[in-house]
Design a protein around this ligand. Structure first.
Ligand code: DX5
Ligand code: ZN
Length: 210
């Protein structure tokens, strides 16, 4: 299995002090997950590229686009410093073209898959993408409960694509981390569990399965 990496989701960080939160935690994580919501694809609205542009880190930023029209935002996120972008399978009728656009902009391309989307339906998209983001909650909010049914999908992807980075997002904490690592996920996104912790270094180590 490829290396385990930890990506705190900035959705649960302090939006008034994003730079400070990034700065105080960047030593113990591998990158930061930046959730973008348009109030259309998901029933919530967050922030966009102008906010990302203001945050600096020695770690890469991984942007999760929960928007109906991701293609029109890709260049802005590239210019703002994103290293990786994931788009939802459910929003992209021409996913191959979208992945090409992400690559042309010099970023890694991920395909994000909702809990109700099957491995079989998304097979070709997963094959084409650099990494796959398995949603283990319905996208839109942090602090929701983990949906255990997605574990079967993670196992199938790991069996079929042993070298693929499998990111898991939603409801990850000290109770669920061992389930997702065991199933084969290796990029761990954590929002509320990570940012609610007093000792983020200790939490990062728990999320690595140490
Ligand atoms: C939800 C977002 C997640 C969210 C995870 O739609 O994609 O990244 O921040 O938060 P937790 O870890 O609290 O479920
Ligand atoms: Zn996310």
């Amino acid at each position: 299995m490829p290396a385990v990496k930890i990506f705190p989701s900035l959705l649960s960080a302090d939006f008034g002090n994003l730079q400070a939160d990034v700065h105080r935690t960047e030593d113990c994580v591998d990158g930061f997950h930046f959730d973008v919501m348009d109030g259309q694809f998901v029933p919530n609205l967050t922030v966009g590229a102008p906010v990302l542009r203001c945050i600096k880190s020695k770690r890469p930023f991984d942007v999760h686009l929960m928007v109906e029209k991701p293609d029109i935002l890709l260049k802005d996120f590239s210019d703002a410093g994103a290293a990786a972008v994931s788009v939802h399978f459910e929003t992209c009728p021409h996913l191959h073209r979208t992945i090409e656009m992400i690559h042309e902009l010099g970023m890694a391309a991920g395909v994000a898959i909702n809990p109700a989307t099957s491995f079989q339906a998304a097979y070709e998209a997963i094959r084409m993408a650099d990494f796959v983001l398995i949603m283990s909650v319905n996208p839109g909010f942090s602090g929701q409960s983990f949906i255990p049914e997605v574990l079967g999908k993670v196992r199938k992807i790991r069996a079929e694509f042993p070298q693929k980075d499998i990111q898991i997002d939603g409801g990850i904490n000290d109770q669920t981390i061992h389930l997702v690592l065991e199933a084969g996920a290796n990029w761990i996104v954590s929002g509320s569990y990570f940012w609610n912790a007093k000792d983020t270094k200790a939490v990062a180590s728990i999320l690595r399965g140490d």
